[in-house]
Design a protein around this ligand. Structure first.
Ligand code: SAM
Length: 475
């Protein structure tokens, strides 16, 4: 939008740009096109814009042929944009606070590219809100206050700009400082310069693997008091005996004994996370010797065989899937780790696994809750495990007789990184839309469980579960 068009629109709307909402409108059209070009958007892509304002970037984004959904907190601007792009079926505007927007709902539409000239007062929480592993983002392009952009994109260990954002965002994203912009390209002019950053996902093998939960926990602890030595801040996370050998440990990672968090590189943080919670990628060969019961067509035990044999000879055997629901009626899904021999990286039931020889279905379900979600025996008892369906063995279940359980727990969970890359609670309606729109995102066993009448046919399985378990508290 040209400066004159912005002035006219503001006068029409009788709108004085709000400082509180960080309203500084971009009036350089070439720049707007250049910024949007960094998204590499194509017809058919799904874009999400945060804070579209009067639509300077929105117009350029729509010109790429992509679909644009925009989140704007100011009602007058949302109404203005609805009218401005009324003839554009690929445009959708929502009057909402972007921090209140539930990004989990985006899974149903597939990966999105996110962009925005972010309101400076909430840029950091917005980045954490949208660029987390719980959100299906393929790329991000953001205009930020220059100082913040440098902190994320260019900060080196040991500098004052280097912080949690640089490390946590940097682990998943390759961040590039694309250019700086003078205040004069905005109306009104902000007091500080701005800069544009571009985020693209790192390749899976670009950095060593680590337990993401542990990594984020120690990074937050390590930066919680910048003047304090790292050793003191992460003490509680260290395995027994490590603190006494801190000097040796630090030397092994290549930092000094009295280092502070801000002195560690990303790789050193990952190394430390791996010391605290080693990742042991499951070796498919190691588990081939596990012993399972083999059953007949009526699910009666007829003998035993190793896991390897059972799978190689398509023998009937047994498995459980557990779907955990929280108080809001949302279901917890796990993203299988990239090292799993079957269906790596796919979304799956909250917990699932084979029965060991001699085990019954409910025992196996309890064991899986403990092993995969880190629950204590007391928690497993309190969650009221309930069998809600079964699936006969077939080629599609991998010749498994499956019993399906539901369980009540609000999390958070502590999962082993070798099994689970990430996990989160999702509204039932979101999972219904997601499984319908992108079944390829899921392990086939979960899709079969989710198709059971109890989850698929009832108006809202989650709500029913919520009522049923009302009053049940996690310990
Ligand atoms: N994209 C426009 C441009 O480049 O000209 C406007 C950018 S302006 C820096 C930030 C925009 O974010 C404003 O339109 C403001 O109303 C909007 N905004 C502020 N807080 C918001 C929030 N919490 N959620 C969504 N939009 C917000």
């Amino acid at each position: 939008m040209k400066l004159s068009a912005i002035r006219a629109a503001l006068a029409d709307l009788q709108l004085t740009p709000s400082k509180t909402l960080g309203q500084n409108f971009l009036h350089d059209q070439n720049l707007a096109r250049w910024i949007v070009a960094q998204l590499d958007a194509k017809p058919g892509d799904e874009l999400l814009e945060i804070g579209p304002g009067l639509g300077a970037l929105t117009g350029a984004a729509l010109a790429t042929g992509a679909t644009v959904r925009a989140l704007e907190k100011d009602q007058r601007l949302a109404d203005f944009l609805r009218a401005r792009f009324a003839d554009e079926p690929r445009f959708q505007i929502e009057h909402t606070d972007a921090l209140e927007f539930d990004p989990r709902t985006l899974w149903a539409r597939g990966p999105v590219k996110i962009f925005g000239n972010l309101p400076y007062y909430i840029s950091t929480p917005l980045l954490f809100h949208f660029m987390s592993p719980a959100v299906p983002v393929a790329r991000g392009v953001f205009l930020l206050q220059r100082e913040l952009a440098e902190r994320i994109a260019a900060a080196e260990p040991g500098t004052k700009d280097y912080g949690i954002l640089s490390v946590v965002i940097g682990r998943r994203w390759r961040v590039r400082l694309l250019r700086t912009l003078p205040a004069s390209v905005f109306l009104p002019e902000p007091k500080v310069d701005s800069a544009l950053i571009g985020l693209t996902l790192r390749a899976p093998d670009e950095l060593p693997p680590c337990d993401v939960q542990t990594f984020e926990r120690i990074v937050r602890a390590g930066f919680s008091q910048r003047r304090k030595q790292l050793r003191k801040l992460v003490r509680e996370f260290l395995p027994d005996g490590s603190e006494a050998k801190w000097g040796e440990l630090a030397a092994g990672f290549g930092f000094v004994e009295n280092a502070r968090g801000e002195e560690l590189t990303l790789r050193q943080w990952i190394g430390l996370a791996n010391h605290v919670q080693p990742v042991q990628p499951g070796n498919a060969q190691d588990s081939q010797g596990e012993i399972f019961d083999v059953v007949d067509a009526g699910d009666r035990v007829t003998g035993t065989a190793t896991r390897g044999e059972v799978h190689a000879r398509d023998l009937w055997h047994r498995a459980v899937h557990i779907l955990v629901f929280n108080a809001r009626g949302e279901v917890f899904l796990q993203k299988r780790s990239p090292w799993k021999d079957k269906h790596p990286g796919k979304w799956d039931s909250s917990a699932a696994g084979h029965l060991d020889s001699g085990e019954d279905y409910a025992e196996a379900a309890r064991r899986e809750l403990a092993e995969e979600l880190g629950m204590s025996a007391v928690e497993v008892e309190a969650g009221l495990l309930e069998e809600v369906g079964s699936l006969p063995a077939s080629e599609r279940t991998g010749w498994e007789f499956i019993r399906v359980f539901r369980f009540r727990h609000d999390g958070p969970f502590d999962w082993p990184a070798a099994e689970i890359e990430w996990g989160g609670f999702f509204p039932v309606e979101t999972v219904r839309e997601w499984t319908a729109g992108h079944p390829e995102d899921f392990a086939p066993g979960f899709l079969k469980c989710w198709a059971l009448p109890i989850f698929s046919n009832q108006g809202n399985a989650g709500l029913l579960i919520h009522e049923k378990f009302a009053g049940v508290k996690n310990t």
